[in-house]
Design a protein around this ligand. Structure first.
Ligand SMILES: N[C@@H](CCC(=O)N[C@@H](CS)C(=O)NCC(=O)O)C(=O)O
Length: 415
């Protein structure tokens, strides 16, 4: 007999529940990854196995089955009869839990995230509230005798169905702190289930990062009214009305319905907090890293950039200052070595933060000045990621960086 083939996507909690259970039972399996975003599930050979084009699907020597809870029960019945609950009542409770999960938590999971596949820019708070109501019901009713597992004293397939969906929810910021029984059960699952981290948590985190990225990118689509300021000819930044808003007469300045703010990094942080509060990183340490990046950028990148180009603007120098250039390269070396410690994709971790926007506008300007990032492969890859991922990158940043770069280059002596 060939091993059971599991058609799997790590992003899917339903798929992970089957894989996690297979690991728990130490089954011999073959895992085939289905790339949902590429549409692998719509290919004719996949549709032949599963016309509903979902993951997970299994192929047990020509027996094709989809629907994760049906697969869990099939594996239980065929490979682990010892864990089938013994009495009709305990089996009924198991079924009740499975159906309730599908119509409850899993339904909310779809209601919260599916809109993100269709250009939505938010996780619907009404749906999140309904999810928390279901959590309350589970908390109050599923552990009546201080039972350790979702359907009673023993592990059942219901635990696998619940835990992967809940891990996915947690990875996008849903909180369990008000539900101590669910929390303790969740910790038990972590301890008890084989390869929990590798099979379940890694995929859930990948999903969480995708969700945050979608929300973030789309939130940046805030409706704005852009006023272009002429700083050189008309010197609009020195006009009294502008000085009233910003006595330091700098751009950028924002007017959010009478709330005036200047200093670009403060504005970036404000936009995240005011317009996308759920994207503000949860822990003080993560937020501290964002701040650390922002301050370091201001001092060591923007600060040095100013030192380098101000004399050129003023016409007192016609070459970049060698000492400042060296300092900039030292900073780039430090960033390349230290900002991407886990292969993280963004400047302050796994999600886009205000720091990415602060750095990309400066670093792209350096590129326009002829700097090479070849010695800094991580920074180089990140710049490419920003160019590809940030909406309207070229319009919002690329063009301006090029104009500034060309202007500065026209003022320096070619050797
Ligand atoms: N009730 C199904 C849900 C499966 C499902 O919706 N899977 C999603 C991924 S989370 C999927 O495969 N979507 C691709 C598609 O429908 O084309 C189960 O538990 O297996």
């Amino acid at each position: 007999m060939a091993p059971i083939v599991i058609y799997h996507s790590p992003y899917s909690p339903f798929s992970r529940s089957v894989l996690l259970f297979a690991h728990h039972l130490e089954l011999e399996i073959e895992v085939k990854i289905v790339d949902l975003l590429e549409g692998d599930q719509m290919k004719p050979e996949y549709l032949k196995m599963n016309p509903q084009h979902t993951v997970p699907t299994i192929d047990d020597n020509g027996f094709f089955l989809w629907e994760s809870r049906a697969i869990l029960c099939y594996l239980m019945n065929t490979k682990a009869p010892h864990i089938i609950p013994a009495s009709p009542k305990s089996r009924a409770i198991l079924n009740q839990r499975l159906y309730s999960e599908m119509g409850g938590i899993a339904k909310q999971y779809a209601a919260i995230y599916n809109p993100l596949f269709n250009d939505s820019n938010r996780m619907d708070q009404v749906e999140i509230k309904k999810l928390y109501e279901i959590f309350s019901l589970v908390e109050e009713n599923y552990f009546p005798n201080n039972n350790k597992w979702i359907a009673g004293e023993d592990v059942t397939v219901a635990d696998f169905a619940y835990v992967t969906t809940i891990t996915g929810l947690v990875a996008t910021g849903i909180q369990l702190d008000k539900f101590p029984r669910i929390q303790s059960w969740y910790e038990r699952c972590k301890e008890r289930f084989t390869n929990f981290q590798e099979v379940n948590e890694v995929g859930a985190e990948m999903f969480g990062d995708w969700v945050k990225l979608m929300l973030c990118i789309r939130y940046l689509n805030i409706e704005v009214d852009v006023r272009v300021m002429d700083l050189q000819g008309k010197k609009e930044h020195l006009e009294p009305d502008f000085i009233k808003m910003n006595p330091q007469h700098t751009v950028p300045t924002i007017d959010d319905n009478g709330f005036y703010l200047w200093e670009s990094r403060a504005i970036l942080s404000y936009l995240f907090e005011a317009k996308a509060p759920h994207l503000v990183l949860a822990s003080p340490k993560e937020r501290a890293i964002v701040n650390q990046r922002l301050h370091n950028e201001m001092g060591n990148i923007t600060g040095k950039f100013g030192e380098m180009i101000t004399p050129i603007f003023q016409g007192t120098e016609t070459k970049f200052n060698e000492k400042v250039l060296k300092e900039i390269h030292e900073t780039l070396f430090i960033i390349d070595e230290n900002y991407f410690p886990h292969g993280n994709e963004w400047i302050a971790g796994e999600t886009i933060t205000a720091a990415d926007f602060a750095y990309i506008t400066m670093l792209s300007t350096f590129l326009e000045l002829g700097f090479s990032l070849d010695k800094y492969p991580r920074i180089k890859a990140w710049v490419e990621r920003c160019k590809k991922t940030l909406p309207d990158y070229e319009e919002a940043n690329g063009k301006g960086a090029r104009m500034l770069g060309q202007y500065v280059l026209s003022k320096i002596t070619k050797e």
